[in-house]
Design a protein around this ligand. Structure first.
Ligand code: K1U
Ligand code: ZN
Length: 185
C-alpha cells in the first residue's frame, strides 16, 4: 500500500466533477487501500478521490473506528441541521463553521461493488456530506459567509506565499508493533 500525495486548494482537480464508477476493479480496490493509508497518515476522518488526483467517484471515511468505502455515493435522505467546525486535508490549518444536515442516509456501492445504505448523524453525517461534496467539486470554504471566506483565503495565500507545488506529501503513519501483521515483523 502507498501513501499518496494530497492535492491542495488551487489544484483544478478539486473543482472538477467526478466520473461514476461502472465496475469496482482490482485497480480501484488498490486505489481505495491507498486512500485509507493516506487518510490515516494525514490524520483525517475522510478522503475523496480528487484529493489524491483521481477523477473516480470514490471516497473513504473512518469515524469512530468504522472504515467505510463509498463508491458512487448519493444522499437519499437528509434532515435536520447541525453547525460545526470543519477542516480539509486539502486546505490544512484553515477551519470554519459549516451548517450541514444533522442526519443523512447515503446510498453507495462497497469495495465489492455491492449496493448498501448507511445512516449517519453528527460527525459521520458531516463527514459523509463533506466527502460527497468533494466528489462534486465543492469545498467547505464555499459555505462560509463572505467575510469568513475572504479571511480564510487571505490566511491560505499568506501561508502558501512562494510555494508553487499544488500537492503535499504526508509521512507514512507509524504502525505500532502490536498492530503490524506477523509477516511484517
Ligand atoms: O476530506 C477531507 O478533507 C478530510 C476531512 C474531513 C472532515 C473534517 C471535519 C469535518 C468533516 C469532515 C478531515 O478529516 S480534516 C481532519 C479533521 O478535521 C478531523 C480529524 C478528526 C476528527 C475531527 C476532525
Ligand atoms: Zn476536504
Amino acid at each position: 500500500m502507498s501513501v499518496l500525495d494530497i492535492y491542495l486548494l488551487g489544484a483544478p482537480i478539486l473543482r472538477q466533477e467526478t466520473t461514476p464508477v461502472e465496475t469496482v476493479t482490482d485497480e480501484l480496490r488498490t486505489l481505495i487501500d491507498d486512500m485509507f493509508e493516506t487518510m490515516y497518515a494525514a490524520k483525517g476522518i475522510g478522503l475523496a478521490a480528487p484529493q489524491v488526483g483521481r477523477t473516480e467517484r470514490i471516497a473513504v471515511v473512518d469515524v469512530d473506528d468504522n472504515p467505510l468505502v463509498l463508491v458512487n455515493p448519493e444522499v437519499v435522505l437528509s434532515e435536520g441541521e447541525q453547525k460545526g467546525e470543519e477542516g480539509c486535508l486539502s486546505i490544512p490549518e484553515i477551519y470554519g463553521d459549516v451548517v450541514r444536515a444533522e442526519r443523512v442516509i447515503v446510498r453507495a456501492l462497497d469495495r465489492e461493488g455491492k449496493p448498501f445504505e448507511i445512516e449517519g448523524t453528527e460527525l459521520l453525517s458531516r463527514c459523509m456530506q463533506h466527502e460527497i461534496d468533494h466528489l462534486h467539486g465543492k469545498l467547505f470554504i464555499d459555505y462560509l459567509g463572505l467575510l469568513k471566506r475572504r479571511s480564510a483565503l487571505a490566511k491560505w495565500e499568506k501561508m502558501r506565499k512562494g510555494e508553487k507545488s499544488l500537492t503535499r506529501s504526508v509521512a507514512p503513519k507509524e504502525v505500532a508493533a502490536h498492530h503490524r501483521r506477523d509477516e511484517e515483523l
